[in-house]
Write a protein that binds this ligand. Sequence first.
Ligand SMILES: [Zn+2]
Length: 424
Amino acid sequence: MGRIFFRGANLIDGAHAPKANATVVVEGERITAVGTNGNMPKPTVHDTVYDLGGKSLMPGMVMCHYHVAYDNVARMEDIDMRHPPTFLTLIAAKNAELLLRSGYTGAVGAGTMHNIDVTLKRAIDAGMIQGPRFLPCGRDLVTTGDSVDCHPQFWNLQMPGLARICDGPDDFRKAVREEIKNGVEIIKLYPTGGHGLFWPADVMTMSQAEIDAAAEAAHERGKKIRGHIISKKGILASLKAGVDVIDHGDMMDEECIDIMAKQGTFVTPSLYFPWMMVEEKRRTGKSGFGGVEEMEKGLEHSAHVIPLAQKAGVKFVVGDDFGIASLPHGAYAKELQAYVKGAGISALDVITWATKNGAELLGMGDELGTIEPGKIADLLVVDGNPAKNITVLEDRDNLDVVMKGGQFVTCQLTPAKVRLQRAA
Ligand SMILES: [Zn+2]
């Protein structure tokens, strides 16, 4: 089988400053050559060549906080009570394909119903449906009366789909082991309230002993663990337990940053929703959302603390609660501008969060996330320069190529005519 040549690319490799007029060669599943000099291999008549004329070539992105089976939900009950599991699985399969076509070749689950993440991963890996490489999450593991344990007692639901109620370290340990038995590779906890949930941020909805037991049980079997964690107290408790991903992390400060940087903890700041709400209020003078003043304060804190954490080497990744009514599926890359415009992070750094850091969380940092010889060819060709203007990634029409594992998911380019190279 012939090789694929991308020539004349603005190369954004996920780790370094962009390089103009670069060539990248893909052979089978992998990238075999990357360069800007004359030593690159020359295409033969068996190869396919695409001249990009300065369009950008970058690694596929990784959505690191993903609820593939949230069907644009408006209320808590919509999450687990609107659709039967079979129908919801089909909706989720459509969302997974949409995510891939939006330029995300990887996804890390952040909580799902009926083990849908695991089912999708299996179907994607078997080639039955199209979707990203998936690190599947399972049910929310929560304590009795936690924000996610929201259905009235008299409904007698037991919440078999969305959540599993655990009280005490032994319960959490057992639940983590069951999730792993079911194929889950990243566990989701709710150590604090806040960030839109019923309990406020300063309420700890798990004890230190419960967080410790859950994290230990996950790590013993080589799996990862993440948590909805807002307050400083919650962040410090979770870092002490060695939680791998801090979701939201609104109230982190320099003490937290120090530990996160040392432990290599990943953080999904999920700034898009508050940033969008505050922007709307600044633009129109009003907001359709009640808590916008509080969001404005939170955003000011984030704008101060995220650049500090970035400088300290904290590994940020991208991802947000897409799949709720105010953040519908498909608008995924709109999140990225929030870090540029709302927190002053450079577009190039945000691209590194979305590519290199995401691949590391996926557990595939050696295989994915940057454009280097030997790595798997998960690539995007972007009509525009996202390192200068991150918003070009928002429009799927600007994605001329989405490639996963050397295979085109979409390709809107026409191959160049190649002059025949004769053997010498
Ligand atoms: Zn979430």
